[in-house]
Design a protein around this ligand. Structure first.
Ligand code: ARG
Length: 459
């Protein structure tokens, strides 16, 4: 039999394969609440404008709320023949209230309907992600505050570079996740325009009030061009792009945790709650959560590339290709939320090994730059000369198999005879970090300034 929604010009129903490739109900049922909210707003507007009667509006609204509760209770039979969430809801509404159900779709199309549903869904996710990021930043702030003056090695090229503080390292991630938050907020501002009332693509001859439905659904304004309103998926692409950047940050941090928790580093102990064992090696405690977080970028960036690829050649306005937008976004959103929650749990639970961090901070001639800076300040040496003298001292220490502070004053003077015993004061890691008081530097006082600033921002 032909379709109840659009079967007028069809003599035969679809092939089973046609139905299988066409249906989106398997995944777009996740937008049921948004679909019903959009329909309620549309019906209320139609009544306010005198396009349908108040009693029809009341029947539609009550019917839709019944459908919503059926879906929420798990007491709803989704039908593949009815393709998508929009037609499943409307068909059930017709069973429940009869004739007025047929009036709901006046001045509307599935093209603006799906655009509004999906925007509302993505907007909810943006809010959830911002909440997840806030929780993660708070966990990082706790770590930073506790360890504002714990020293650890700072790395470039994964080689020891200069001593830094644990708090400073934690706060670097607060900056990164803070930028992610602001990216999601920016995207939310741009996506918050209502496509509802664009109808199929050209607008409608009915005297609808798009401002009213926009306001009822929490949008800032109606989208100004009906063609763009139904063709645009920028909001989903921006969500995926912001998610990809955020997943990249999570992945870098996860990689550090994998390295730091290894027995070669022992910088941190991850909690049992966020580790797993091995079925064969009894001693193993593996950082699986960190590894999975590190991997999530793969599917999230994959979703972004996937949707860009779907959208790139599409002529205006709606094409069925666009039905392929949702699964990508759903999967990316679910996995980003999971990764954020797991990272927050790991960060809250992890214990820094202060002793191992401090020993590592002093290794690898990490205070060589402090020595060079001392030569500049105390001996008025040009920095390039100081760099050369220090390099010679590092080579000397290396040949002795010791660190810079273990050289004697005579060793130092054998390289440059104006060096005095005061030089030893700058070779300690505590002095080194305490001296880096430039704005945004690693000195504990600077870290505390930033912790305070972020606490105020996050509330
Ligand atoms: N299931 C469709 C989607 O997800 C809804 C819009 C259908 N519109 C249409 N003209 N066939 O995109």
């Amino acid at each position: 039999s032909s379709n109840a929604m659009w079967g007028g010009r069809f003599a035969a129903g679809p092939d089973a394969i046609m139905e299988a490739i066409n249906a989106s109900i398997g995944f777009d049922k996740r937008m049921a609440a948004q679909d019903i909210a959009g329909s309620c707003a549309h019906a209320a507007m139609l009544a306010a404008q005198g396009i349908i009667t108040d009693s029809d509006e009341q029947a539609i609204r009550e019917g839709l709320l019944t459908v919503l509760s059926e879906i929420e209770r798990g007491d709803f039979t989704f039908s593949t023949a009815l393709e998508d969430i929009h037609m499943n809801v409307e068909s059930r509404l017709k069973d429940l209230i009869g004739e007025p159900a047929g009036r709901l779709h006046t001045g509307r199309s599935r093209n603006d309907q799906v655009a509004v549903d999906f925007r509302l869904w993505v907007r909810d996710q943006v809010d959830a992600v911002i909440e997840g990021l806030t929780a993660l930043c708070k966990a990082l702030l706790d770590q930073a505050e506790a360890g504002a003056d714990w020293v650890m090695p700072g790395f470039t090229h994964l080689q020891v570079a200069q001593p830094v503080t644990w708090g400073h390292h934690m706060m670097a991630y607060v900056e990164m996740f803070g930028r992610d938050m602001s990216r999601f907020r920016d995207a939310r501002v741009r996506m918050n325009e209502s496509p509802l009332g664009a109808a199929a693509l050209a607008g409608t001859s009915f005297p609808i009030d798009r401002h009213m439905t926009a306001e009822a659904l929490g949008f800032d304004r109606p989208a100004a061009n009906s063609l763009d309103a139904v063709a645009d998926r920028d909001f989903a692409l921006e969500f995926l792009s912001s998610s990809t950047i955020c997943a990249m940050h999570l992945s870098r941090f996860a990689e550090e945790l994998v390295i730091w928790s290894s027995s070669q580093f022992r910088f941190v102990a991850l909690s049992d709650r966020f580790s797993t064992g091995s079925s064969i090696m009894p001693q193993k405690k593996n950082p699986d959560a960190a590894e999975l977080i590190r991997a999530k970028i793969g599917r999230i960036m994959g979703a972004m590339v996937g949707l860009f690829t779907v959208m790139k050649g599409l002529p205006l306005t709606y094409s069925k290709d666009m039905q392929e937008d949702k699964e990508q976004v759903f999967d990316a959103a679910d996995n980003l939320m999971l990764a954020l929650a797991a990272m927050t749990g790991m960060v809250s639970d992890m214990t820094a090994n202060r002793e191992a961090l401090e020993i590592a901070a002093a290794s690898g001639f990490s205070t060589a730059t402090d020595l060079a800076d001392w030569l500049v300040r105390a001996l008025n040496m040009p920095f390039r000369d100081a760099h050369h003298v220090t390099g010679t001292l590092v080579a000397l220490a290396e040949s002795r198999g010791c660190d810079l502070p273990n050289l004697t004053l005579d060793d130092m003077r054998s390289v440059h005879d104006a060096i005095t015993k005061d030089v030893f004061e700058v070779l300690g890691v505590q002095n080194s970090v305490a001296s880096r008081v430039s704005y945004g530097g690693t000195a504990p006082d600077q870290v505390r300034v930033q912790v305070k600033r972020w606490k105020e921002i996050l509330g």
